[in-house]
Design a protein around this ligand. Structure first.
Ligand code: AMP
Ligand code: ZN
Length: 489
């Protein structure tokens, strides 16, 4: 009998280095974790609406990163901010005639509900920007004192990008080749590379635009710029230098570029050791976004009958550096794959009274090794999942031959539980299916008809059951009903 050699298999951060692509350096780098700890900053939602599944692609990727780091034995301190003051939230609050807090709170609540539905592990801290206005004001003062910031004619405070030679390091912009300078300024939070310019740190209060929403500061009443919010919260909660900072690719410029400029000018230290960016979820070749109107919220998909786990798996299964094209056919395929895994789990759970054969341990060892190695290679989830499905195929074959014993079945389940710490897509509780009583009765009558060799009656009852969307599955515990999978198109 061969049991799984767990010692040999305890792959961890020390014996299995993690390689992650660093956007700034444009190469895969070995992650360095001092004292086995990683600080992780992840740009969070702007709470002016429900997050869409494009946003959740990035958050699910960040969850995979977090869970992988923990899988390899690292301690993670993750911060995800909630942007509850910016152009969009203020506009929304004014349009509804309510306070900023009253406007954003329901979207914050909905966001946390959605995270739970998608099995996204909570971050250690979710700071709201409105709770960090004072540190933001202090950062601006430091930037003014150090000569990196100035007051514009409109009364707002701007960051002078020419004063920061590293400006452009992340998105690889060459400032010399661009026409930028103090004469060009941008007050909006969002703009593109065509409009590289000094950006706003503190927006001067404008009663027409801001209603009653403003904070007092040494530079006059107003509110912080969006980019400053992340710099201030990240440094307050994680220190001057962060191990990993993550966001979607659209955050790279100008948001993350501006975060580097603000933070490094203030502290004089490297802001982030390792930058990572997730590619977009796209629809018909275009980025899913609220402004394009081509988006689905998680709630839209739940209303169409999909589960949180199905949406999670759909968002998880493609490598984060590849664009993911959203289709309903793709979601149907996910449903099918998950069914396969759940059927497999149920089959293994039902093994009882069988002797071990020694054939299972090598399969588990091989799979765990392939799974861990794939994740350590820049979170190569497609290879990791391929290893899982290969294992299911192999063990199903062993089950067919009666070669999986009781303790081997237990080891398979333990292994699946271990990898589920990363994937968070399996269910181990036996789900009581809500099968209508009349169909349960029909199954009972069919069993009796078969015992009495009344084949025509047995067939009639089988067809009746079938017409209600169930098939009869024979198992060691006797016949039972199973719902037929239907496409949701
Ligand atoms: P926002 O609320 O627009 O600030 O976006 C929150 C997060 O979602 C950011 O990290 C964005 O980069 C990310 N994001 C926005 N749209 C998409 C998309 N279509 N696919 C993947 N990530 C996205
Ligand atoms: Zn941010």
């Amino acid at each position: 009998m061969t049991f799984v050699d767990t010692k040999r298999l305890s792959l961890n951060f020390t014996n299995c280095p993690i390689q992650l692509f660093n956007t700034e350096k444009r190469v895969k780098e070995t992650l360095v974790a001092e004292k086995g700890q990683i600080t992780l900053y992840t740009c969070g939602p702007t709470v002016y609406n429900f997050a869409h599944i494009g946003n959740f692609r990035t958050y699910v990727f960040e969850d995979l990163l977090r869970r992988t780091l923990k899988f390899f034995g690292l301690k993670v301190k993750q911060v995800m901010n909630l942007t509850d003051v910016d152009d969009k939230t203020i506009k929304g609050a004014i349009a509804k005639g309510i306070t900023l807090n009253a406007f954003t709170q329901p979207y914050k609540d909905a966001f946390f509900q959605d995270l739970a539905t998608l099995h996204i592990e909570p971050a250690e801290v979710y700071p709201a920007a409105t709770d960090y206005i004072q540190p933001m004001i202090e950062m601006i003062q430091t930037l003014i004192d150090k000569g990196f910031a100035y007051k514009g004619q409109d009364g707002s405070i701007y960051y002078a990008i020419r004063k920061f030679p590293r400006y452009g390091c992340l998105s690889h912009l060459k400032l010399d080749e661009l026409k930028v300078g103090a004469s060009e300024r941008v007050a909006a939070d969002e703009y593109d590379k065509e409009n590289v310019s000094d950006f706003v740190l503190w927006k001067n209060y404008d009663p027409q635009r801001d209603g009653e929403i403003y904070w007092d500061s040494p530079f006059g009443p107003g509110r912080p710029g969006w980019h400053l919010e992340c710099s201030a919260m990240a440094m307050q909660l994680l220190g001057d230098t962060i191990d990993i900072h993550v966001g979607g690719v659209d955050n790279m410029f100008p948001h993350h570029e501006n975060e580097i400029a603000q933070s490094e000018a203030c502290s004089g230290k490297t802001f982030v050791k390792h930058w990572m960016h997730a590619e977009h979820l796209i629809v018909d070749g275009k980025k899913m976004s609220k402004s394009m109107g081509n988006f689905y919220t998680l709630r839209d998909l739940l209303a169409k009958g999909f589960s949180g786990v199905e949406v999670r798996y759909m968002l998880l299964q493609t490598h984060y550096k590849t664009q993911l094209n959203f289709t309903f056919e793709g979601l149907d395929a996910v449903r099918h794959s998950l069914r396969r895994v759940q059927d497999f789990i149920r089959r293994v759970q039902e093994i009882k009274g069988s002797a071990d054969s020694g054939s299972v341990a090598p399969v588990i060892e091989r799979t765990l090794y392939a799974f861990a190695k794939a994740l350590a290679d820049d979170l190569n989830i497609s290879v990791a999942l391929a290893a899982l499905f290969e294992m299911i195929r192999e063990i199903n074959t062993l089950c067919d031959k009666g070669l999986v014993g009781d303790s081997e079945a237990a080891e398979i389940l333990e292994f699946l539980q271990k990898i589920n710490q990363v994937l968070a897509i399996f269910t181990f509780e036996v789900q009581a299916e809500q099968i209508p009583q009349e169909l349960q009765d029909a199954l009972e009558q069919r069993n009796i008809a078969r015992q009495n060799k009344n084949w025509s009656e047995a067939d009639r009852l089988r067809d009746l059951i079938h017409s209600h969307g169930y098939i009869i599955e024979d198992s060691v515990k006797g016949a039972r009903l199973k719902k037929i999978e239907r496409s949701t198109k």
